[in-house]
Ligand binder design. Structure first.
Ligand SMILES: [Zn+2]
Length: 192
């Protein structure tokens, strides 16, 4: 079962999130679905991409506009084997207000002690916040640094892992932590 479907069933990704993994035999490539809602992804949708985010095959299927997130993080982080990008609304206030999202129960260590915030406007000005160019993916990867998770202001978050299950686990942990936190509407009071 594709990880997209697993995370969709757990309510982690919405209609636009996506999950990738580094190619097990070609570390200079990664695997990602064609552009499709996570609920609908099946094995036949999985495609192979270079780290410059070009499809290896010449098929005509529509691609995720934000695949630059995946290839450029794999290029910057040889230790990363899987990536998930999502737009969960409950995480948005944490990217806007700067309120820390910290591990507050024992299973939450996997998200790391701190989670940086990437603001696309810092480098690229007024955009639709989608990561559609490789230089945007490079800038996001730079902010992610050695962390496992990065918040993306006005947008969502990206989570990395050394294995596919370990990229999915922090997503689920973040969701559980939000259940332990003040409601996003409360946090939003502190918006800049
Ligand atoms: Zn996105």
């Amino acid at each position: 079962m594709p990880s997209d479907l697993v995370l969709a069933n757990r309510g982690v990704v919405d209609s636009f999130g996506h999950v990738s993994m580094r190619h097990p035999d070609r570390p200079d490539r990664y695997l990602l679905s064609r552009s499709r809602a996570p609920y609908l992804v099946v094995d036949a949708d999985i495609m192979e991409f270079t780290l410059e985010n070009e499809p290896v095959s010449h098929d005509e299927r529509a691609l995720y506009a934000e695949r630059a997130i995946h290839g450029r993080i794999y290029a910057a982080r040889p230790d990363v084997a899987a990536i998930c990008h999502k737009h969960a609304p409950a995480t948005i206030p944490f990217g806007v207000t700067g309120t820390d999202l910290r591990p507050i129960f024992h299973m939450a260590w996997a998200i790391g002690a701190s989670i940086p915030i990437w603001d696309i406007a810092d480098r690229f000005g007024d955009t639709n916040v989608l990561v559609t160019k490789n230089e945007m993916g490079d800038h996001l990867a730079h902010t992610l640094g050695s962390h496992r998770v990065a918040r993306m202001r006005d947008h969502g978050s990206v989570v990395t892992g050394a294995t596919l299950p370990w990229s999915s686990s922090p997503q689920c942990i973040c969701k559980r932590m939000l259940n332990c936190s003040p409601q996003p509407s409360v946090l939003a009071r502190f918006a800049i």
